[in-house]
Structure formats: C-alpha cells, structure tokens
Design a protein around this ligand. Sequence first.
Ligand code: SF4
Length: 263
Amino acid sequence: MRKPSLSPSKISIYLACPMKYRWTYLDPRGKLFIRSKPYYSFGSSLHVVLQRFHDEGDVGVSTVEEAVAKLEESWITAGYSSPEEAAEALAEGRELIAQYVEEYQARPATAKTLHVEKQFRDDLGEFILIGRIDRIDEHEDGTIEIVDYKSGREETSLEEIQNDLAMNCYQLLIRSKMPGKRVLSTIVALRTNQSVSFEPSTEDLNWFRQNLIQLGVEIIERDFDELRPSAKPICANCDFLPLCLRDESFASDLSELEKVEQS
Ligand code: SF4
C-alpha cells in the first residue's frame, strides 16, 4: 500500500480544524464548496514571476520591465469581487515586483540559486513529508538558504520563522537531502521586501521532528468518517460552513457561539 503523504498545508489545515481537513482532502463533496481567494491568486501570480526571475537557467525574466510584463501575462483574476478590485491588486503587484527586482539586483551577488519552486520529500516512517520550497540558494561559504515569499505580508520576525510550521518542515527536508550543510531559513515579506533569516539548532529540529511525527500519525490514523464539526470562530469565514450546518447540533452550537461573541 502506498504510504500516505503530508505537507505543511495539509497539517496546518488539520490543526485549524480537522473537519476542514476532511472536506478539503477526503470527502469529494468538499470540492464543490471551495471558493477562489484573491490573496491566493495574488500570491500565485507573484510566485510565477519570482520563479522565472530566480531560475538561473531561464534568462527570459531578468529586468524590471520583463518581470512586470510577466506578471501581467500570468495575472490570475480568480477570487476578486470585481474587475476594478483585480486591477487595483495588479497595480500593487506591479509596484511590488519592480521594487523587488530593483533591490535584488542592487545587492552584491553572494549566492547562487540552486532550485526554484521545487518539491522535496522525506520518509518519516509512517508517512512521507512533502514540501514545495519557493527558492533554495547556496552561499559562497557553502551555507544553504531556504527562501519563502509571503506575498500578503508587510513584515516578518524571528519569532515567526522559529514557529512557522512550513519553515521547520523545509529545514527537515533540506537537512536530510544535504547532510552536513549549514541551513538558513529566510522569510521575505514581499509587500516591503523585508526579510529575516534564522538557523534552528539541531536540538530544536529534533524536537520538532518528534512532534511532527506524532501529529502526522494522529492525522493518518484518525477516523474522519466519525468526525462531527465543532463550532469555532473561524467557522464564520469557512468555505465549508454550508456543509457543516447540515449537522443540527453544530448549527445550534454555532449560533450560541455567535451570541457570546456579539455580547
Ligand atoms: S465550518 Fe467550522 S467546523 Fe466546519 S470545516 Fe469550517 S471551520 Fe471546520
């Protein structure tokens, strides 16, 4: 039997709400309710441009003008409430990409890019951990840098990187693929181009790995057919609310929760 696989997105969705995990990945009825989100479209559009810009084997997007043209060509409009809203976001995306490319090219070149938008896998025993990494650079001293773009963010912090589930998963994946290398994690907040880097200790990563395996086993062994939805603040903005509302006790719990929140 094929080993199950888990990614940081899958695990994050499970942690937010196991029922949401069921609707997203296991129950085909869920797919009918998933709506496009403007922030995903915005992020995906920017990622396409940055992938081309940083791909060392691709010289098609290497200037500000080419990067902006690529953004316009690959612009995703799904999820925006009107053409005006999409146009406003595109204008913001153009500025952001231009600023990124200008600032990147003004920096001294001390690293080469090894991979862009590449998926890595590692067998953690009961399941395969998979993760798609935005960019991996190698510095002159051999240090590897994992770079993750946050398209909706104006700032990031050391604390955010330390606690970021995806960044810790990427560390595990890269350290297992490139043993003996120093590995840095960097988050780039694209709205301001601010970036912060961090190198977790081996002890911290071992602790994370043990907890991740425990959590992964819980997910793959859970009986999702028996699961009932439970009311929580995020339900109000969840795509699957119409599906969960079919459960009568959930509907009454949610209305009680709303009353408490309004009082
Ligand atoms: S509506 Fe609430 S319980 Fe249902 S999937 Fe969404 S977050 Fe989970």
